[in-house]
Design a protein around this ligand. Structure first.
Ligand code: APR
Length: 185
């Protein structure tokens, strides 16, 4: 099945349906939890497909940079292990309703911090899942507005990435994003 795609911002932002772990980009972004020690959803899929090297690298982060875990909105990079992508940027999305109304700011921070870290490391093609819209309960239509505005602002600011890929697990989720996105016309 050829995944239908949509693109925005001179094709620098591309939407597709598929499995994030199969994306042949420079770095994929994991919707992790603050423990960094794995979980379900896309986190589980990344650790399963990427193998133990990713968990070992996450454990090392917990013993060094993030002894108390990764705070919501923050990012940390590890090897991609056996994934097609050589790197994973782990981030912790907001749990909807648990951040005193700061959920949108924190969701935007996940995307902004991941893209800025990728640019710093010279990683030009980055792929995201729909962070927080699964277990963490973020309403997809609200997430679409926050994410599209954040990505547009980042590209307008000249951030040094060539492709931002938004990977949806099913066509319905991508369709919802397309309906509610606020990318510039
Ligand atoms: N590829 C692409 N998207 C995926 C995949 C995959 N392999 N697996 C799941 N998704 C989608 C889900 O359908 C959802 O739209 O990723 C989105 C994010 O869902 P979750 O993985 O549940 O992430 P999140 O809502 O941020 O919750 C994070 O869940 O897995 C645990 O350890 C994780 O505690 C953390 C929490």
């Amino acid at each position: 099945m050829t995944a239908s795609t949509h693109s925005y911002c001179d094709d620098r932002i591309r939407l597709t349906v598929g499995d994030l772990t199969e994306q042949a980009v420079d770095v994929i972004v994991n919707a992790a939890n603050s423990s960094l020690l794995g979980g379900g959803g896309v986190d589980g899929a990344i650790h399963r497909a990427g193998g133990p090297a990713i968990l070992e690298a996450c454990r090392a982060l917990r013993q060094s940079e993030w002894p108390d875990g990764l705070p919501t909105g923050q990012v940390a990079i590890t090897t991609g292990g056996k994934l097609p992508a050589p790197y994973v940027i782990h981030t912790v999305g907001p749990i909807y309703g648990q951040h005193d109304g700061n959920e949108a700011v924190l969701l935007a921070a996940c995307y902004r911090n991941a893209i800025e870290l990728a640019a710093e490391r010279g990683l030009k093609r980055i792929a995201f899942p729909a962070i927080s819209t699964g277990v963490y309960g973020y309403p997809p239509e609200s997430a679409a507005r926050v994410v599209s505005r954040t990505l547009s602002e980042l590209l307008a600011s000249g951030v040094a990435v060539d492709e931002i890929r938004l990977v949806f697990f099913d066509a319905q989720q991508m369709a919802s994003f397309v309906t509610h996105q606020q990318f510039p016309r």
